[in-house]
Design a protein around this ligand. Structure first.
Ligand code: ADE
Length: 306
């Protein structure tokens, strides 16, 4: 399996984990800090109505070797029957700083910190999007729910991407095998998702949606470079806290509105503004692929350090 442990051992592991404190609650369920002997682990407890996300995430971590410093590391999954109730656990590494969303709400950033966050997030996305051939290979994977709440902050200043509950591969799409009733987050949905013009039979279409959502993440992060205003979610000035599909369609497709890029004249910030515009473009086919975003960020970072 993806954790490198046989199922019997994983089962045993889940029984040895004790839940310590709840660190997150949402529509998905809850995340707890758990302890396994001396180690902290994160335990995501899914609502049983979202069993499809637990299955999808468990399946992808178990069939694809996804060990990468910018992707949340998997330890194991567990399904336990408790009378009439099914308990679904996903056990991963624990990151004490929590999500990028929480981090941005708490802290302003130096340009250097901003760049470490953006580069590592894009590096994780690039790994997901890249097909690798060979015995240690992996298929190209579209995430489909990129947002700051699904990115975790590591203590070294880099990020890792979490929540693979909606992730899809090409073979799944062609087999018509992605029947998760859950949708991505409306605020981060691309124009082609919102006007339903997307070709849902094609993995590349979903990779472009990830790039659109990643551009909104870059905007959120850049908005916290000191001296900064307070944290704002994308479209904070145009969309209500829990916008409907139609609210977002009007904003993103009809009015073609986008967030206001930073107006800091520093060359790095000018470069970041241009990069986000290229990545949230209305026309999905001209958005940059993750590898091109990474190369642009590396160039901006090198110029800032020289
Ligand atoms: N919130 C969601 N997942 C988490 C994790 N793995 N570590 C810390 N906080 C989290």
């Amino acid at each position: 399996s993806g954790s490198g442990l046989p199922l019997m051992v994983q089962r045993t592991l889940a029984k040895q984990v004790s839940l310590c404190e709840c660190v997150g609650k949402g529509r998905y369920g809850e995340v707890w800090r758990g302890s396994w002997y001396a180690d902290s682990v994160a335990v995501k407890i899914f609502f049983s109505r979202d069993e499809a996300s637990w299955r999808r995430e468990t399946e992808i971590y178990s069939t694809v070797l996804l060990r990468h410093e910018n992707i949340l590391a998997y330890i194991g999954s567990d399904m336990t029957s408790r009378g009439s109730c099914t308990q679904l656990w996903l056990i991963t590494h624990f990151h004490p700083l929590g999500s990028l969303y929480e981090h941005l709400n708490r802290s302003t950033l130096t340009r250097h910190q901003m760049m470490a966050i953006c580069l590592s997030t894009i590096n994780g996305l690039l790994h997901l999007h890249t097909e690798i051939h060979g015995t240690q290979g992996k298929p190209a994977i579209a995430h489909r729910d990129i947002k700051t709440k699904n990115i975790l902050m590591k203590v070294n200043g880099e990020c890792c991407i979490a929540d693979l509950g909606l992730a899809v591969t090409r073979s799944q799409l062609s087999a018509g095998l992605h029947h998760n009733p859950r949708q991505g987050t409306k605020r981060y949905m691309s124009p082609e998702m919102l006007d339903q013009s997307i070709n849902t039979g094609c993995l590349e279409s979903f990779l472009k949606c990830d790039v659109y959502a990643a551009a909104l993440v870059l905007w959120e992060v850049c908005g916290r470079v000191a001296p900064a205003r307070e944290y704002r979610p994308p479209y904070y000035d145009l969309a209500a806290p829990d916008p409907s599909f139609d609210d977002m369609r009007k904003i993103v497709c009809v009015d073609a509105a986008r967030p206001e890029p930073p107006d800091d004249p520093h060359p790095t910030m000018v470069g970041m503004s241009q990069l986000m515009r290229e990545c949230w473009h209305q026309n999905a086919s001209v958005r940059l692929p993750a590898l091109r975003i990474k190369k642009t960020l590396l160039k901006l970072a090198a110029a800032d350090n020289s």
